[in-house]
Design a protein around this ligand. Structure first.
Ligand code: NZQ
Ligand code: ZN
Length: 388
């Protein structure tokens, strides 16, 4: 196992009625609140009213209409609001897009230049406002990590800002708040959680038994509870397990001791940056094609382990047969059980745009995607083409 340093400063308040504890945890963070949310689902499902009643002793300003794949313009708007009103704390209610936008705002309000400088690393985050997340959609784990993924539509770039300062101070996870998530959004969220697990589990490090067990446990939770929650959206047991699997997959715990960079995420971020696709949908389309592309003698032992431990495939079969069956099972889960789109063409992505996107993908990563297997421009293009 590789050396590591692990730090997770976010308090998680989990369970039925979790929002009832907002006053207790947000009170000490300051009086002036910027409440950030999306297009309005929190007004329909009662979350907005619960937040306002908990924060009745605070002064509240609002930033609404944060779109999926949040853009740097919205970050700028939020940072201006924070500076203008002397905001003390940001309360973000929604999913990864609202959280990421809020995290970037929290940092950008202490930076006088263009917030994009922080995203691309041209300027360093010096400090950030405290952030409290109210989770209404489980996928990214942003509620418990140091990352904000921001898009710049003019440049067709979508990049992750990583910094300890932007870890949320506290996050409220009430599984009942997932009951109203639409089928397609829930399915995309599950595909995203699985992808986070795959990105870390597929590694050359063979002796990280603890991390492997955590990853396999979270994968099994997604595979078991995915179909249950899609059939019965208000199944508390399913919602609570998925709600905890999301931050477990991406709060930094799993990457401890593993060494590899990521593969499908860099490829997906380019699809979103050019076509504004739903993150989990792009990942679902890419994942089985990436798996097939990298399967060879050097990766077979990991695929065998995945097939046997996650899908229960007979360990006595030929190794490549196990691997191919495991990829087939993954594909069936994503496209049949979760009913996600299975091709880039279905998303309106044109074949002629693939070379430019493949080039942009590797350029953003410094020349190649350093994942489980290094991918060069020709490899990324081949995977995109296999997804058409
Ligand atoms: O805008 P509203 O009306 O709130 O509707 C939202 C939005 O349309 C809806 N929704 C959320 N909770 C709901 C609900 N509808 C009904 N009932 C509820 N309870 O669902 C949509 C949510 O969209 P979004 O926040 O975009 O989803 P997600 O959580 O999948 O976030 C995706 C974004 O996070 C980034 C992605 O790239 C993408 O930009 N990521 C962030 C990461 C991180 N910070 O660590 C890592 C990820 O890999 C990912 O890149
Ligand atoms: Zn993701």
């Amino acid at each position: 196992m590789n050396n590591f340093s692990f730090h997770s400063p976010t308090r998680i308040v989990f369970g039925k009625g979790a929002l009832d504890q907002m006053k207790k945890y947000i009170g000490p963070l300051g009086k002036k609140v910027l409440l950030v949310y999306g297009k309005g689902s929190i007004k329909k499902n009662g979350v907005y009213d619960k937040i306002c009643s908990q924060l009745s002793n605070h002064e509240i300003w609002e930033l609404s209409d944060v779109m999926p794949n949040p853009r740097v313009d919205k970050v700028k708007e939020g940072a201006d609001l924070c500076r203008e009103h002397g905001i003390d704390v940001i309360v973000a209610a929604g999913g990864g897009s609202v959280f990421d936008c809020s995290k970037a705002i929290a940092a950008a309000c202490f930076y006088d230049g263009d917030p994009w400088d922080l995203v691309v690393g041209k300027a360093k985050v010096s400090q950030a406002l405290p952030i409290a997340c109210v989770v209404t959609m489980s996928a990214t784990g942003s509620e418990m990590n140091d990352t904000a993924v921001i898009s710049n539509w003019d440049l067709h770039q979508k990049i992750g800002l990583h910094d300890d300062h932007i870890c949320p101070t506290v996050s409220f996870l009430d599984p009942e708040n997932l009951f109203t998530v639409p089928f397609s959004q829930m399915a995309a969220g599950i595909a995203d959680i699985l992808s986070h697990l795959f990105e870390q589990y597929f590694t050359d490090v063979e002796d990280a038994y603890v991390q492997d067990g955590l990853a396999v446990g979270c994968m099994k939770a997604c595979i078991h509870y995915g179909p249950i929650v899609l059939k019965d959206p208000s199944n508390y047991e399913a919602c609570s397990n998925l709600m905890w699997a999301a931050p477990m997959a991406l709060n930094g715990l799993l990457k401890t001791g593993y060494s590899m960079g990521w593969s499908c995420h860099p490829m997906e971020h380019v699809l979103s940056a050019y076509y504004d696709v739903t993150h989990g949908v792009g990942l679902a389309i890419l994942t089985p094609r990436w798996m097939r592309y990298i399967l060879d003698e050097s990766t077979i032992s990991r695929f065998k382990k995945y097939g046997v431990e996650v899908w229960g495939i007979d360990a006595n079969l030929d190794d490549f047969e196990i691997a191919r069956k495991a990829i087939q099972k993954t594909e069936e889960f994503l496209f049949e059980t979760l009913q996600l789109p299975r091709s880039l063409s279905q998303l309106g992505i044109l074949e002629e745009s693939l070379p430019e996107m493949a080039k942009s993908c590797v350029e953003t990563k410094g020349g190649s995607v350093q994942g489980y297997k290094t991918l060069y421009e020709k490899d990324v293009l081949a995977i995109y083409k296999a997804c058409l």
